[in-house]
Write a protein that binds this ligand. Sequence first.
Ligand SMILES: C[S@@+](CC[C@H](N)C(=O)[O-])C[C@H]1O[C@@H](n2cnc3c(N)ncnc32)[C@H](O)[C@@H]1O
Length: 232
Amino acid sequence: MRPGNTKAVEEMFNSISSKYDFLNDIFSFGLHRFWKRRLLDILNPSFGEKWIDLCCGTGDMSILLARYMKSSENITGIDSASQALLVAKERSKQNYSSIEWINGDALQTDLPSDQFDGLLMSYGLRNLSSSYEGFREALRILKPGGRAGILDFRSFEGPSIQRLFQEIYLSFYVVPIASLFGLGKEYSYIKKSLVNFPSGEKQIHLALSVGFKKAKYKTLAKGQMGILLLEA
Ligand SMILES: C[S@@+](CC[C@H](N)C(=O)[O-])C[C@H]1O[C@@H](n2cnc3c(N)ncnc32)[C@H](O)[C@@H]1O
């Protein structure tokens, strides 16, 4: 599968949705929760604010956000994969039933402009057919002054030890383990999705070019992950 093919990306995430959370824990040694929590600590969403989680998948980030804000009111999660959203709905129905789950496209949400105080996207940007269009839509739906945090793998520009580590980790840890569950082909997509994924510096440049007022990039996990912080 080629990155940028929106329909194929949707089908792939539908097909892995039942094992997605389990494999995420294995691949990150459970650390993805810590990185997501770190993002929330930086953004500090507060009770009463309206937030959206773009590319919410099975709802991990949205539910963490609800826990953080001590309320699931005013939270929207949007994803193009309907099967992933079914998992999200099931996980949230008991304690976080007010989260609104929307089956839609993060590049064209059809939501009214200027309505969110904050926006999150974890491991979604890399999967969009255009980061630029993703930033544009994010800016459109955020209120002026709204804040956004985007967490994803880091994309390296030149050769480095960190890049080598990433390649070894993806090719010799992630793919072989995913293969044990019949999902080797699906998880080999992560490496492909990083080929044209902009580096932190380029993400800053793109976000500023669509009109965000401020953009900052921080790395996590010994430089393997990156957080892009934006102000609309
Ligand atoms: C790697 S998962 C991340 C899920 C979740 N945010 C997390 O951190 O675990 C990427 C998600 O992006 C979604 N996605 C990819 N392209 C999308 C698009 N154009 N619009 C909405 N969702 C999209 C996929 O369906 C998938 O659920």
